[in-house]
Design a protein around this ligand. Structure first.
Ligand code: BDR
Ligand code: CA
Length: 307
């Protein structure tokens, strides 16, 4: 019998977040216990509306979507509309969702859900880390309650929003500093691997065979998803794919410190592979071919269930 991993996905959809939600819903080894939203790629109203619309469209309307923080801990909210489009979903226009957001705040949902099942649920964050930092500040035992904690964020090398910083860390570096300093192990799925997941022609062509999932969500979303470094990558899908198939990734222990003060380096994840007391496992290798086989296979199952 396949063992399933329950996850909470904290996200800011976002084209690649939408693709990550779809993967999490469709993979038989993952049970999506809840989606929480945060301001990031677009404002909180839009990330929440997008999460609801995607969940409803793919047949996951029963998954609770709980809204969280509308702005970073200390800084003004700066979005990534230039990358993800005005709506946050690129060129995808989805039907009105069947359900509204769950009542309550994402921080309470995260604390309450993990408290009820300590050691059982993996927390995956694919947006700025504001909700997670606040949850840790409110309930430091959270760090011991997760089965695993996985983020898409950071880089051991260069950034994508500035030369030094990746978007999710750059958007709320103070939150990221709290999260990396919480005494738990952060599995950091950063640009070192995610930039190797750009959907090229053969991948797009397989998406064309996925009926409405391909024609109404995946392809129009990706079609208007821009990136400064050329074809954009499906960063956030990597974090959820890691939960499903950790063997696709090569991880190295490291001490990761988040720069919050540097004039040119704010949001940098300074990654010391030789440092004492590692606080992170940093993904440095990915089997890209196997990754796409896994992702497209999972999308086929979602598409079949939608027919
Ligand atoms: C990350 O930033 C966002 O724009 C994407 O959704 C992803 O989470 C990549 O740097
Ligand atoms: Ca994201």
């Amino acid at each position: 019998m396949t063992q399933t991993t329950r996850i909470i996905l904290d996200c800011d959809p976002g084209v690649d977040d939408a693709l990550a939600i779809t993967f999490a819903h469709g993979h038989p080894g993952i049970e999506l216990a809840g989606i929480t939203t945060v301001a990031g790629n677009v404002g909180l109203d839009k990330t929440t509306a997008n999460a609801l619309a995607v969940a409803s469209f793919i047949g996951a309307a029963g998954t609770p979507v709980t809204a969280g923080c509308p702005a970073p801990l200390l800084r003004p909210a700066l979005d990534a509309r230039d990358v993800h489009g005005e709506s946050g979903l690129g060129g995808a226009v989805l039907p009105e969702p069947q359900a509204g957001p769950a009542s309550g705040h994402a921080v309470d949902f995260i604390i309450g859900t993990l408290a009820a099942a300590p050691g059982e649920i993996t927390l995956v964050a694919t947006g700025p880390l504001t909700n997670i930092a606040l949850a840790l500040r409110r309930e430091p035992r959270l760090a011991g309650w997760v089965r695993d904690f996985v983020i898409m964020g950071g880089s051991a090398g260069r950034g994508n929003t500035t030369p030094a910083a990746e978007f999710n860390i750059w958007a709320d570096p103070e939150a990221a500093a709290v999260v990396f300093g919480a005494g738990w192990q952060v599995t950091m799925i950063g640009l070192d691997v995610t930039l190797r997941t750009r959907p090229e022609a053969p991948v797009l062509s397989r998406m064309r065979e996925l009926g409405a999932l391909g024609s109404d969500l995946l392809l129009p979303a990706l079609g208007q998803y821009k990136s400064v470094e050329g074809d954009p990558a499906v960063h956030d899908v990597c974090a959820v794919a890691y939960v499903a198939e950790p063997g696709l990734f090569g991880l190295v222990p490291a001490r990761v410190s988040v720069e919050t003060r540097g004039q040119w380096t704010s949001g940098m994840t300074v990654t010391d592979f030789a440092g004492a007391e590692p606080n992170a496992l940093v993904a440095m290798e990915i089997d890209t071919g196997a990754f796409w086989d896994l992702v497209l296979g999972t999308y086929s199952q979602v598409a079949a269930a939608m027919r």
